[in-house]
Write a protein that binds this ligand. Structure first.
Ligand code: RFL
Ligand code: PHB
Length: 393
């Protein structure tokens, strides 16, 4: 088989890139090691930046998102019982975020892919990129016991944090930066009305909590737990009790509880590799970087990588700008590091590290400082709604 761009990974990064390239007549094949059903079962992100919404529009797949997604002009931060409203739209000159689940985005992108006639292989085994440094890279894989080969111009590594693309780069080429936090997030999804229309990030003496949602009838809540905590130890009742202990009293009083649809623990870490490319293979999204979910940036950074590579490839194919592909990593990393810093900062400020330590007192002071006046709240708001994408010139 032959294609222009072989895309490894059918998460939001791979699917969005494939769809955008297709709108420009750039042929691509998507490979994933699991089935579409498995991918759609993963409950992850919920807060989408305007830049992502605009990319979905450009890809022609935003119709349901615009209809069913909730536009949010505010976000609340509760610190030891006291609410602080960050008015995103006022503080950023009109910007907002959209609450729309990653599962729904993936669904919409898969539907568009099916309608596009572009080829995808799911349940593809032993997917392997080859000759990435040459101008004739190729990908091999097995499907139903048969071996296949795809010759291509470029390989897009959109295969997440446990994929094959990053480890296939020879030792010594990449530099890895990592910070592991001493806690994780226990998340619960339930068909109950959310405790509030707005999202509430909660800093309490018992630890961090987040009240989020997917719709007016579906809630997503998280509580900070120690790294070695096991989800089996958390009955739904225990989760609801813990959440009530952490959120402000008025919110606890009106919280509607119910059976969980999903419950899982995600460890928190910050991780970046440099560079985000090796010859004609590019790394996008979680394949290149992981952020703790506190700033809601993981999926949004994946979208900004897609934006960068997509615009570079369009200029490469349509305008013969052969110089641009070598700059992908440098351009993508500038925005990635901003997101990594913001997520690290939010995580540090809002979580409980070591009780009664000087660091925890400093964290209290820092969040009070940033919430105290409008120009500091603006710093938070500008980053929460997402910094602008860099233009490719
Ligand atoms: P994905 O979604 O992991 O997709 C990678 C795909 O690659 C496939 N794959 C392979 N295919 C072929 N061969 C191989 N060897 C392969 N290895 C892997 C996998 O099967 C998979 O289908 O990566 P992508 O596309 O880069 O997307 C990244 C996002 O999923 C991630 O950053 C976000 O979910 C992070 N995140 C959030 N991001 C936000 O922007 N806003 C949020 O509100 C937000 N909340 C969250 C989050 C992540 C969370 N968890 C579970 C870590 C909340 C949580 C709890
Ligand atoms: C979510 O709804 O899953 C969510 C929202 C905001 C975050 C992280 C996760 O910062």
């Amino acid at each position: 088989m032959k294609t222009q761009v072989a895309i490894i990974g059918s998460g939001p990064a791979g699917l969005l890139l494939g769809q955008l390239l297709h709108t420009q007549g750039i042929d691509n094949i998507i490979l994933d090691r699991v089935s579409p059903g498995y991918i759609l079962e993963r409950i992850r992100a919920g807060v989408i930046e305007q830049g992502f919404v605009d990319l979905m529009k450009e890809a022609g797949v935003a119709e349901r998102m615009l209809r069913e997604g909730e536009v949010h002009h505010e976000v609340d931060i509760a610190v030891h019982e006291e609410y602080h409203t960050i008015n995103l739209t006022e503080l950023t000159g009109g910007k907002s975020v959209t609450v729309y689940g990653q599962t729904e985005i993936t669904h919409d992108l898969m539907d568009a892919r099916n309608a596009s006639g572009q080829i995808s292989f799911y349940d593809a085994k032993n997917v392997t990129p080859h000759d990435m440094k040459s101008d004739k890279p190729y990908v091999t894989f097995e499907k139903d016991g048969e071996k296949h080969r795809i010759d291509c111009d470029y390989i897009a590594g959109c295969d997440g944090s446990h994929g094959v693309c990053r480890p296939s780069i020879p030792a010594g080429v990449l530099k890895e930066y990592e910070r592991v936090y001493p806690f994780g997030w226990l998340g619960l999804l339930s068909d109950t009305p959310p405790v509030d229309y707005e999202l509430i990030y909660v800093k309490s003496d018992e630890g961090f909590a987040l009240c989020s949602k997917r719709s007016e009838t579906r809630s997503r809540y998280y509580v900070q737990v120690p790294l070695d905590e096991k989800v089996e130890n958390w009955s739904d009742d225990r989760f609801w009790e813990e959440l009530k202990r952490r959120i402000p009293d008025d919110a606890a009083a009106r919280l509607v509880t119910g059976p969980s649809i999903e419950k899982s623990i995600a460890p928190l870490r910050s991780f970046v590799v440099e560079p985000m490319q090796y010859g004609n293979m590019f790394l996008l999204g979680d394949a290149a970087h992981i952020v703790p979910p506190t700033g809601a940036k993981g999926l949004n950074l994946a979208a900004s990588d897609v934006n960068t590579l997509y615009r570079i490839l369009v200029k490469t194919y349509k305008e013969g700008r052969k110089d641009l592909t070598a700059r992908y990593s440098e351009i993508a990393l500038r925005r990635v590091w901003n997101g990594v810093r913001f997520s690290w900062w939010m995580t540090n400020m809002l979580h409980h590290f070591y009780r009664d330590s000087i660091e925890d007192k400093i964290r209290d002071s820092e969040i009070s400082f940033f919430l105290a006046c409008e120009h500091r709240r603006r710093i938070l708001a500008e980053q929460y709604v997402g910094l602008p994408y860099e233009e490719i010139v």
